[in-house]
Design a binder for this molecule. Structure first.
Ligand code: HEC
Length: 468
């Protein structure tokens, strides 16, 4: 592991790029029956919405899925991956709990059926005049628009075959000259150099997409770039209210904050890359993280401050954690009591390689209980699910959040290196853990009552409000 001094932060303060569409010259050259499912008319719009942000030049996926010529050879594989709901990587259970999340790219049953019907019909092109206008994506593989502020981390080298590495990557000045609030944040792992080696990477290969397993990012004053004394190698530091902190995880999507919630990036702050966890993937990789901030305008004033980032008391960070070998259905749970009325903004399951599913359940003080969210888990893609503003759970003081997680430590889980191994709690990717990460907003009783009233007087939403 070697560390190099960071590049300077790039401060563009450009307006967020709108995904502008450009016109496409029609070229009608194929007669088609009205009921024929074609690429141009039916499939291309689905791929644009749910696949192109990764499957395009610089988007991170192995192949582009934009033009008919690019898509056609993959037709059968696309059918398989979409039917298995492996693509796009987004694993919310469609039958349980809240169904409305920001920037949800997942496919409906009807869309999956459309793709399958198209493949069965021989993947016809159809009339190019039917194609939707192409999407003009932000440069450099960003998906949430071109960030206003890009802060690169120092660089590090991860050996082809080595023990997991934990430590600090140092910090990079943000370059901000005034206090600003963060609207959204997207983090990209940038591969600077990859070296093919002779290392036998069986078992690691399945976790081969990213070398940075996680990085805890915080904004610190320049005179104290190491962060708070207790931050060190802790997995979750930066629990101070209001100021920017993020647990970046492998395969994570952008975190978008509600407009009413202020996440402060103070003037002159440095972004620290503390508590890094890197894992080898069978190739030597030199990499850094680019942190892209989309900022609110300078005059922005938040209504709420961002609070805690973890359901600390419901996580399993203890040596009683126990996942037997060759077992595909292990369940663990934990409980976290909220002392203050709270709005929950995100649902972010964090398990390790044998993880298969996580759910959050609310046990309300009036003894009612309600499943908030359930999602499957793939350790290449630690997703953050951001609730739509009007269904973000409102949780009265005294609510207990029950975090449940399931593990598949058997050979049917391709992320498990050797299912003969028992797994206990541990920080390495081959160990396991249970961490229900979330972002929450503590509220006064008055604010809480106001929001409950705005939702028609009830805080439990069950199937009544969230399914419309
Ligand atoms: C968040 C990024 C992302 C999105 C969104 C995404 N993909 Fe992928 N896709 C990947 C990556 C990375 C891989 C390679 C790793 C793997 O195979 O899982 C991949 C692999 C695939 C493969 C397998 C390729 C092979 O080698 O057989 C197919 C097919 C595929 N994607 C189709 C889709 C389709 C169709 C969509 C949209 C409905 C989609 N993907 C959305 C990132 C993405």
């Amino acid at each position: 592991m070697t560390i190099k001094t960071p590049q300077k932060a790039i401060l563009t303060l450009a307006a967020c790029t709108v995904l502008a569409a450009t016109a496409l010259a029609p070229a009608a050259n194929a007669a088609e029956r009205d009921d024929e499912v074609t690429f141009s008319k039916h499939v291309a719009p689905i791929l644009q919405r749910s696949c192109e942000n990764c499957h395009r030049a610089g988007g991170g996926a192995p192949m582009a899925l934009v033009s008919y010529e690019e898509v056609r050879p993959w037709a059968r594989s696309i059918r398989n991956r979409t039917e298995a709901r492996e693509m796009p990587p987004w694993f919310i259970d469609k039958n349980i709990g809240i169904q409305r999340y920001k920037n949800d790219p997942s496919l409906s049953d009807a869309e999956i059926a459309t793709i399958a019907a198209w493949v069965d019909a021989g993947a016809p092109r159809g009339n190019p005049a039917d194609l939707p206008a192409p999407i003009e994506w932000p440069a450099d593989g960003w998906t949430y628009g071109t960030p206003d502020l890009i802060v690169p981390s120092p660089e590090g080298t991860v050996e082809a075959d080595a023990a997991d590495w934990f430590g600090e990557w140092g910090h990079t000045p943000s370059g901000l000259t005034e206090d600003r609030y963060v609207k959204a944040i997207e983090v990209k792992e940038i591969r600077l150099h990859e070296e093919e080696t002779e290392v036998d990477d069986d078992g690691r290969a399945a976790l081969g997409l990213f070398v940075v397993h996680h990085a805890v990012l915080t904004a610190e004053p320049p005179e104290d770039p190491g962060g708070p004394a207790d931050c060190g190698a802790q997995t979750f530091c930066g629990e101070r209210d209001n100021e920017f902190t993020l647990v970046h995880e492998l395969g994570q999507n952008p975190t978008v904050y509600p407009d009413e919630v202020g996440v402060l990036l103070p003037a002159g702050s440095v972004i620290t890359f503390n508590s890094m966890h890197l894992h080898s993937i069978g190739r030597e990789v030199r990499a850094r993280l680019d942190v892209g901030f989309t900022l609110h305008p300078p005059e922005y004033e938040p209504k709420y401050k961002l609070g805690s980032t973890s359901l600390r008391r419901a996580t399993h960070y203890d040596y009683e954690f126990d996942v037997p070998s060759n077992d595909d259905h292990v369940m663990r749970d934990g409980f976290h009591r909220l002392e203050q009325q709270t709005k929950m903004l995100t649902f972010e399951p964090h398990l390790h390689s044998s993880g298969k599913r996580m759910c959050f359940e609310a046990l309300y003080p009036n003894n009612a209980r309600e499943m908030l969210s359930c999602a499957d888990y793939d350790h290449n893609w630690a997703k953050v699910y951001v609730f739509e503003d009007d269904v973000a759970p409102l949780l009265p003081a005294g609510t207990v959040i029950r975090v449940m997680s399931w593990y598949n430590n058997s050979d049917t889980n391709r992320n498990v290196v050797d299912p003969r191994n028992w797994k206990g709690w541990g920080n390495r990717s081959i160990d396991d853990m249970m961490s229900g990460i979330t972002r929450m907003v503590p509220m006064t009783q008055e604010q809480f009552d106001e929001e409950v009233a705005a939702r028609g007087g009830t805080f439990a939403f069950g199937t009544s409000q969230d399914q419309q």
